[in-house]
Write a protein that binds this ligand. Structure first.
Ligand code: FES
Length: 134
């Protein structure tokens, strides 16, 4: 990606991570279930997608780490609420805004103007489905 395009996306607050087709996941009470074995984004290590709509109160970011484990977070930067993206090869998330607040996989803010951690959701993988407790 060119530096100019990266800069313009940051100004506009455009995230790199795409939303998952709503037919591949559902919300039931406080449990989100994702048909993880049907998600092409997660067939490669370091892949990610976001969940929005379907009755969710706040968007969720799902990331596959380099060991093949899944991590789920609130997809809102605690600075001004912009979306987050995984950083390839590193266990961190970066806000898509110009200020690029950065969070570790425990949700802690480690860089940038955000002062509060992001929410981390518990996950469990079972029979080809990912269960996210929100
Ligand atoms: S909204 Fe994330 S750093 Fe400002």
């Amino acid at each position: 990606m060119s530096i100019l395009l990266d800069f313009l996306k940051s100004v506009a607050g455009i995230s790199e991570t795409k939303p998952l087709d709503q037919g591949l996941w559902r919300l039931n009470g406080n449990m989100v279930t994702v048909k993880i074995d049907q998600v092409p984004e997660l067939q490669r290590l370091g892949g990610a997608f976001c969940l929005t709509g379907n009755g969710l109160k706040e968007p969720i970011l799902v990331v596959s780490d380099n060991e093949g484990s899944f991590h789920c977070f609130s997809n809102r930067c605690t600075h001004f609420g912009r979306k987050l993206d995984p950083v390839p090869g590193k266990p961190v998330l970066r806000c898509c805004s110009l200020n690029h607040s950065t969070f570790d996989y425990q949700g802690n803010n480690i860089k940038g103007p955000a002062k509060k951690p992001i929410r981390v959701y518990r996950t469990e993988l079972k029979n080809g489905e990912l269960f996210i407790t929100i």
